[in-house]
Design a protein around this ligand. Structure first.
Ligand code: MGD
Ligand code: MGD
Ligand code: SF4
Ligand code: MO
Length: 815
């Protein structure tokens, strides 16, 4: 079988070109793709995996990046060097016990381990922040300097000035786990040394976590994707698992298997024709970014006026659908139905014609979709996180759930809640990181603000938690396995300016494998081991109904002078006088054995430690699909939700209270109902200012954020380019492949254009995570979207609206 690599990574719109997911992820497909990658076709049985004295040995490792999946890698080693990489090919591959096959990124791990960008030694900055000029220092000097700085900053400002920045590069590890910050070894180290300023929320899901939690109480769950085998209709909002949940263990595999069994129809709502649509969809509904709430309101209008709503469900389980179930504190006519029918406060009827103008979706399509969703049961409504990584993402996330509520699909097989896919996992005892004595916590997105104006930041204006306001600005940043100092945080040029002031944030320590753009802003760089150079337990991420975990064993010796995070923290603990408390007398292997022993004590059916090391991956078949809120559905009195009312809150009293008490700008909306509200840099704004195009971002198969971004083979297979509709391109004289400039008041980048009808006119799109490559004139040539994004946070979560941007585009050069 000969498969073209480009077709693997770029499934065609054409149904004939459609590839089944198992082919996409099959080892055979990748190894015969005619790559120059070090892939081979040799089959290695699990039983032969034991370390042997032979020239070649095969060791189980893993890919632990934050892509929403988690994959075992089988590293083929000769004379201490990784020669090639393959993946899980054990068992008979029946669905439910299927092979967890890595995607092409994981399979190129060798190219990250031996990358020319690899950090080799501890280094100290000698140029300006960002210049990338460093000198080599010893580990002892690095530890001594860092410990001295921690001690000084603690004394001058207190522990609240020491911040653990967001970083998800090793999210999947146990010892190496980099996020949440409180789960990392740095947290353990700092907690033994007086604590640190924490953050809450994440760049992934801040808005949905803050928004949809008011509907369902706590983190909103959804059915496992395997349960799609019971669905008749699937509606995906801003969700692209074919790129964002790749691999044999990921959501896309369960999604494909489930859909194949049920033959459910599929509607994809997205400004882009995604790879998930890619021939699988029955209908693609392109939509203007940030306008889903209007589309949903209009569908609600159709469902209400055509009697398609599940009134008994809404009466029994929900608060505030109509006036009957409004809480006492709510004003008259403040229910959802009144809002839709135009008898509420704004007196606007949310008709399909009204929504059509806002969303760009023709009214007849809105009507047809509403009828289909309203009359096809069970219907699974699922949202990705693209829709909520926007300026009003909190509200948008709540709006999507309305479709599941209006149709009574919550808590049943084949239905769902409208949240992101759920799944099951195997409970695993985590590294104990101890209690943080510092109670203050900031929204993760506002760390740059906390450097500039920390003491001005309050609970009601900036969402500070744990106290009413911050007392000190951030003075020290730990940045472990993260590229959010620059590449992944919004408005790179603003961040650059903030970090130029060495009296503001006084110390930045970056712990990474590669010389990233963030590392270039470090005062001290510490080179970490890759997963291949150490042992760790690695947990699955979104595993449908087949949870698993991986024992990644050390494959090769540490490269250069790199040290593991465990040894780095131990070295620092010694300087800070807390070594014994930190290690408890164990080394990394000792901790792995200890944590696994505790895990096995709670679940003796798990294999023993050495057996686990040998078999690499442990999978568990779960018979039943996970159905979110099933207990609540079956008996709401006995199993109330954790919302204030115990019910599903369409009208949230808590949000009404926050809307009253929080300090908001005029154009910021917190509302008890999921109402449509225009936002800054939204579609309405595009009609007024200098920037007529909405720029939306997406997570790209070429990389996991920025990780793997320096593997040239992957860059070639799925190049960085900006999507633009032929209508927008024509007016600007742009043809496919031409070099263009994308710009707004915050920045400018130059990149090739992909002229394609796969995107709605008026909207352009760029994959996030490309490596920032400035030319000294503030123009980026790497295609890093964050030179264009804003640091203005969303109203409720104070989260990153990184998919909400206005830009213009011009031709630079013809190809
Ligand atoms: N504009 C825009 N920006 C975005 C997003 C967007 O959609 N649009 N998405 C946001 C989201 S959802 C997220 S989660 C963030 C992700 O942002 P980050 O968490 O910063 O993710 P990465 O860019 O992958 O950076 C991970 C870093 O970890 C390093 N790393 C990998 N493996 C190891 C290891 O073993 N040890 C160490 N020490 N380091 C390692 C990598 O080299 C890399 O520098 O980006 C956010 N930024
Ligand atoms: N290959 C790969 N996989 C990844 C990652 C990666 O970087 N690379 N990152 C991982 C991480 S940390 C995360 S958080 C997830 C991110 O997962 P998501 O947030 O779900 O992924 P995105 O690609 O940002 O957004 C999904 C889709 O939303 C669409 N979209 C954007 N704005 C709107 C809107 O207003 N309305 C609608 N209806 N659609 C909209 C985008 O076009 C995109 O196709 O992916 C994970 N998986
Ligand atoms: S990037 Fe994700 S899907 Fe690809 S190999 Fe790594 S864990 Fe698996
Ligand atoms: Mo994320």
């Amino acid at each position: 079988m000969k498969i073209n690599l480009k077709s693997l990574l770029n499934p065609q719109i054409d149904r004939r070109g459609f590839l089944k997911s198992s082919a996409l992820f099959s080892g055979a497909a990748a190894v015969t793709a005619g790559l120059t990658l070090p892939f081979k076709t040799t089959k290695v049985q699990a039983s032969t995996l034991a370390e042997s004295a032979d020239k070649e040995k095969v060791v189980w490792s893993a890919c632990t990046v934050n892509c929403g999946s988690r994959c075992p890698l089988k590293m083929h080693v000769e004379n201490g060097e990784i020669k090639w990489v393959d993946t899980d090919n054990s068992g008979d591959d029946n669905y439910g016990e299927h092979q967890v096959r890595a995607c092409l990124r994981g399979r190129s791990m060798r190219r990250r381990v031996y990358n020319p960008d690899r950090l080799k030694y501890p280094m100290k900055r000698i140029g300006k922040r960002g210049e990338g000029k460093f000198k080599r220092i010893s580990w002892d000097e690095a530890f001594t300097d860092i410990a001295a700085d921690i001690t000084r900053i603690k004394k001058e400002y207190g522990n609240e000035a020491i911040y653990l920045n967001y970083g998800t590069g090793t999210l999947g590890g146990t010892v190496t786990k980099s996020w949440p910050p409180g789960g990392s070894l740095l947290a353990r180290l700092m907690n033994l040394s007086g604590g640190y300023l924490n953050h809450y929320g994440d760049y992934s899901s801040a808005q949905i976590a803050a928004g949809l939690s008011h509907t369902y109480g706590g983190w909103a769950n959804n059915n496992s994707p395997s349960d799609l085998e019971n669905s008749k209709l699937i509606v995906q909002f801003g969700n692209n698992p074919a790129e964002t949940r790749m691999s044999g263990g990921g959501v896309i595999h369960h999604f494909m298997e489930g859909k194949a069994k049920s033959n459910a129809r599929l509607i994809v709502v997205d400004p882009r024709y995604t790879d998930t649509a890619g021939g699988r969809e029955d209908q693609w509904i392109p939509i203007r970014p940030g306008t889903d709430t209007a589309f949903i309101a209009a569908m609600a209008h159709v469902m209400i006026t055509e009697n398609l709503v599940d009134q008994p469900f809404l009466d029994k389980y929900c608060v505030g659908y109509d006036e009957k179930t409004l809480p006492k504190s709510a004003p008259a006519k403040s229910d959802y139905k009144s809002y839709i029918l135009g008898s509420g406060e704004d007196a606007v009827e949310k008709t399909p014609e009204w929504a059509s103008k806002i969303t760009g979706i023709p009214a007849d399509i809105i009507i047809k979709a509403a009828r289909e969703i309203g009359s096809t049961k069970p219907c699974a409504v699922i949202q990705g996180w693209g829709i909520q990584r926007t300026a009003n993402g909190e509200i948008a996330s709540r709006a999507v759930a309305m479709l599941s509520l209006l149709t009574g699909n919550v808590g049943i097989n084949g239905g769902g809640s409208g949240a992101r896919e759920g799944g099951s996992s195997i409970p695993f005892v985590r590294f104990p990181t101890l209690q943080n004595p510092v109670e203050a916590s900031i929204p993760m997105f506002l760390w740059t603000d906390a450097i500039v104006r920390g003491p001005e930041m309050t609970a009601v204006k900036d969402g500070i938690r744990g106290k009413d306001k911050l007392d000190v600005p951030i003075k020290f940043i730990w940045n472990y396995a993260g590229n959010c100092i620059i590449n992944q945080h919004s408005d790179i040029n603003r961040t650059h300016d903030i970090l130029q002031d060495e009296k503001a944030c006084e110390m930045i320590v970056v712990i990474d494998n590669h010389m990233t753009s963030s590392a270039k802003y470090a005062d001290i760089i510490l080179p970490d081991l890759t997963t291949s150079e150490q042992s760790d337990f690695c947990m699955d991420a979104s595993a449908g109904n087949m949870p698993y975990f991986i024992f990644a064993s050390q494959v090769i010796k540490p490269q250069f002078e790199a040290k593991s995070i465990y040894d780095i923290c131990t070295g620092l603990a010694e300087k800070l006088g807390v070594k014994e408390a930190f290690t408890e007398g164990r080394d990394q292997e000792g901790w792995l054995r200890h944590l696994y022993q505790l895990t096995r004590a709670q679940d003796p059916s798990l294999p023993e430690f050495e057996a686990m090391r040998k078999q690499g991956i442990y999978k568990r078949k779960v018979k039943d699909h996970f159905v979110a809120y099933q207990d609540f559905r079956n008996n709401p009195k006995a199993n109330p939700l954790s919302t204030p009312s115990g019910k599903i809150e369409i009208y949230s009293e808590k949000l009404a209270e926050l809307a009253e008490t929080w300090d908001l700008a005029e154009d910021e909306v917190i509302h008890p109902l999921p109402v449509y509200a225009p936002t800054f840099e939204g579609w309405e704004d595009s009609k007024q200012g200098n920037y007529p195009l909405q720029l939306t971002g997406f997570h790209y198969k070429s990389r996991t954020h920025s990780t793997y971004g320096n593997v040239s083979l992957l860059q070639d297979a799925a190049p960085q380019e900006m999507w633009i509709n032929p209508m927008d391109a024509q007016g600007r004289g742009i043809n496919n492949g031409d070099l263009i400039r994308i710009f707004n008041d915050r920045g400018e980048l130059h990149i090739a254009a992909k002229v394609t009808p796969r995107i709605l006119p008026g909207v352009v799109a760029l994959g996030e995570g490309a490596w920032y490559a400035p030319d000294g004139q503030k123009i980026d040539h790497g295609g890093c979207i964050n030179v264009l994004t804003t640091q203005r946070p969303s109203p409720l979560a104070k989260g990153n609206p990184q998919h909400t941007n206005l830009v213009d585009v011009q031709l630079v050069n013809k190809v």
